[in-house]
Design a protein. Structure first.
Length: 333
C-alpha cells in the first residue's frame, strides 16, 4: 500500500474512534412526486365537511314543520275518536302541537349535521302534500268519497312516511338544505301549474262540480312532476336562496302578466277557464327565467353573497277581520 493511502486510512480510523462518527451506507434519494399533490378540499371549492352543523334557519324549518305536523295529527285524532266537545277537541292538537316540536328540539341538541333537519322538514311537508293530493282526487272522482276522516288518514300516513324518508335521506346523504327547499318549492309550483292546466282543459259547459276532478288529477300529476324535476336538477346544481327567491318572484310575475288574456274571453266564445292554460305556461316560464337570469341582476338579500338591490328586513303576521295576513318590510337599492 502506498504511504499516502496508508496515512489517509489511519486518519479516518482515528476520527471514527475518537468522535464516534458512524459509518453509513449511502441512502437512495427520496422519491419525488411527478406532479404536486392535489390541494385539500375546502368549502370554497364546493365541498362541505360532513361534520358541519345545521344553521339556525335550517333548524327553524324543522321546528315549524314539526309543529304543523303535531297539530295535524291532533286534528286527525279528533276525527278518528269523534270528539264533539269544542274544548276537548282542542286538547289533542294543542298537546301534539307542543310535544312534537319539543321532541324535535331535543333531537336537534346537539345540533344535527347540516342537511338533516331540512330533509326531515321537507319530507314532512312533501308527504302531507302527497296524501292531500291523493285524498282530494279520490273525494272528487269517486262515488264513495273518503270524507274528512279519510283525508286526515291520508295526510297523517303521507306526512309520517315522508318524515321517516327525510330522516333516512338526511342521515345517508346529508343534502344541502337548499335542495330540500328546492324540492318543497317544486311540489308547490307543480301542483299549482298542474291544477291550472287540469281545470283549463276540462270540458266546457259542465260546471266546476264536474270539472274539479280534472283539476285534482292535474294537481296530483303536477305535484309529482315538480318533485321529479327538482330532484333531477339537483343532481346537476344546487340553487342558492337568492336563486330560489328569484324563481318564486319570476313565477309570480309570469302569473300576473298572463292576466290580460282573460279579457279576450269576455262575451260569447270559449270558456274563460281556457286562459288558465296560458297562465300555467307563463308561470312556468317565469320560474325558469327567474332561476336563470335573476341572479345576474343581483341578490334579494337572502344568501348574503354578491350584490344586493333589495333586502327583506322582516315578515310578521298581522291579524285582520275574519283572518290574518302578513306584513313585510325591507329596502330597495
Amino acid at each position: 500500500m502506498r504511504p499516502t493511502a496508508l496515512r489517509t486510512l489511519v486518519a479516518w480510523l482515528f476520527a471514527s474512534c475518537w468522535y464516534g462518527v458512524p459509518v453509513q451506507a449511502q441512502q437512495p434519494p427520496a422519491p419525488q412526486w411527478a406532479s404536486p399533490p392535489p390541494p385539500p378540499l375546502s368549502a370554497s371549492s364546493g365541498w362541505t365537511p360532513r361534520s358541519r352543523s345545521a344553521s339556525s334557519l335550517e333548524s327553524a324549518t324543522l321546528y315549524g314543520s314539526s309543529a304543523v305536523y303535531g297539530i295535524g295529527m291532533g286534528i286527525w285524532l279528533d276525527a278518528e275518536i269523534g270528539i264533539a266537545d269544542p274544548a276537548l277537541s282542542l286538547i289533542p292538537p294543542t298537546l301534539l302541537g307542543v310535544a312534537v316540536p319539543v321532541a324535535a328540539f331535543a333531537l336537534n341538541h346537539p345540533t344535527l349535521p347540516r342537511g338533516v333537519p331540512g330533509a326531515i322538514a321537507a319530507g314532512l311537508v312533501i308527504g302531507a302534500g302527497e296524501g292531500l293530493g291523493i285524498a282530494s282526487l279520490q273525494m272528487v272522482a269517486s262515488e264513495q268519497p273518503w270524507g274528512f276522516r279519510g283525508l286526515g288518514r291520508a295526510m297523517a300516513i303521507g306526512s309520517t312516511a315522508g318524515g321517516v324518508a327525510g330522516i333516512v335521506m338526511g342521515e345517508l346523504q346529508q343534502p344541502s338544505p337548499n335542495i330540500s327547499a328546492f324540492a318543497t318549492s317544486g311540489v308547490v309550483w307543480g301542483s299549482a301549474i298542474g291544477s291550472a292546466i287540469g281545470l283549463g282543459v276540462s270540458p266546457a259547459g259542465v260546471g266546476f262540480a264536474r270539472s274539479n276532478d280534472w283539476m285534482a288529477r292535474g294537481g296530483l300529476i303536477g305535484f309529482n312532476a315538480g318533485l321529479a324535476v327538482t330532484m333531477a336538477l339537483s343532481t346537476a346544481f344546487v340553487p342558492s336562496l337568492d336563486q330560489l327567491s328569484w324563481m318564486w318572484l319570476g313565477g309570480g310575475v309570469g302569473g300576473l302578466v298572463s292576466l290580460p288574456v282573460y279579457l279576450f274571453y269576455l262575451g260569447a266564445g270559449p270558456p274563460a277557464k281556457r286562459g288558465l292554460v296560458f297562465t300555467a305556461t307563463a308561470t312556468t316560464l317565469g320560474i325558469v327565467v327567474g332561476g336563470v337570469f335573476g341572479p345576474m341582476l343581483g341578490g334579494l338579500g337572502l344568501s348574503g353573497d354578491g350584490p344586493h338591490f333589495a333586502t327583506l328586513d322582516y315578515l310578521t303576521p298581522v291579524p285582520l277581520a275574519g283572518g290574518f295576513g302578513f306584513r313585510l318590510g325591507g329596502s330597495l337599492f
